[in-house]
Design a protein around this ligand. Sequence first.
Ligand SMILES: Cc1cc2nc3c(=O)[nH]c(=O)nc-3n(C[C@H](O)[C@H](O)[C@H](O)COP(=O)(O)OP(=O)(O)OC[C@H]3O[C@@H](n4cnc5c(N)ncnc54)[C@H](O)[C@@H]3O)c2cc1C
Length: 377
Amino acid sequence: MQPERVAVVGAGAVGLTTAFDLASRGVRVTLFERDDPGAGMSGRAAGICYDAYAEDIDVAVADRAMERFRELDGEGDFRFHETPYVFLAREGDDPALSALEEAVEQMQGHGRDVSLVAGEELDAYSIRTDDVGVAGVCSNAGWADPEAYIDLFVEKCERAGVEFRFGTEVEVHADPPGVAIDDVVTERYDAVVVAAGVFSGRLLESAGHPVALKPYRVQALVADCDYSGPIVYDATDESYLRPHPRGVLAGDGVELAEADPSDWDPSADDWFVADALGAVAHRTETDRKTETDPKLARAWAGLCGATPDRNPLVGEVTDGLSLAAGWHGHGFMWAPAVGELLARDVCGEDVIPTPFDPGRFEGTESFDVLDGMVLEE
Ligand SMILES: Cc1cc2nc3c(=O)[nH]c(=O)nc-3n(C[C@H](O)[C@H](O)[C@H](O)COP(=O)(O)OP(=O)(O)OC[C@H]3O[C@@H](n4cnc5c(N)ncnc54)[C@H](O)[C@@H]3O)c2cc1C
């Protein structure tokens, strides 16, 4: 049955999309955000989007998300920049080469428009190719500015009648569902949706429902240079880059260890900046073409959420209390689809894929943090 009043906690890409989709279905929505919209990890995302997945369920979510990004293109200041996604393994890197070939085969088996090409066939893409052993080229891909997505959904939520409570940190309760604004005020709702990103684990634990979610630290930078090529993921050094109005946005710097979401370093490490600028110069060949090195414009770190099996935690944790978190670095590109799925689920439609069910884990098990952007399982 459709609830009358729902609280959504977290105004990132996922919470805003969920709040809008609930309000569009006639639900009265209150959106709580302890800071400003996008102040969590959505404002730190690279904004890369693609459908190059090898599993059925990921493919279905990516398809819907890409469809929606394209529908949103041109609304307000939001733009979806169609850009091919080239993922490559370097010559001599045998594990990455065979993992890439296998991944492309699986993607093709799931109907993805992805082709396997040799390095020399990439010449049209204006990137360095002489070290490439093999590459996958995915044409259903692009990038968007996450801040523009946040701004657009704040506007859309406002027009749909969502009540904003920004600057309000809350705790959540189950049985009955509600949010506590301080020790004195608890507001009751028919349902509460926790979309608090990597902070969701703490919120649910204090509500008595631990979930299998661990934050880990990643890094990115923007470099001034001249680049209009594809999005590139280098599986050999596990780095990525995409075009950016200033030149290139690049990232890797993944720390495969649990981070403390209330005590982490939001600035980028020197080693990361040096490595990433080197990777940009190498792959875009800006140093050779222009005889100038890419220059650092800004660099930052952020947290991603890991689960034991790399699938997210989406759906009801207990009666009236739902969760959407654990994206392994894919939360922005999945937000348009996941927000919609969650809104439909809260309204009583049984649409959440079983592999996303938060109840598949006890929430107390120990597990290692695994990176999300990998080709091999
Ligand atoms: C450097 C970097 C690059 C990335 N690149 C990509 C990419 O290219 N593509 C991609 O798909 N993903 C990428 N990601 C991952 C992406 O940023 C996240 O998966 C996504 O933003 C998660 O969105 P969210 O809405 O779930 O969480 P968030 O955006 O973190 O939103 C959660 C919100 O909840 C609020 N909150 C927390 N606790 C409370 C509370 N108690 N009360 C009220 N409010 C609360 C926070 O302030 C925050 O605003 C990247 C991440 C980083 C760090």
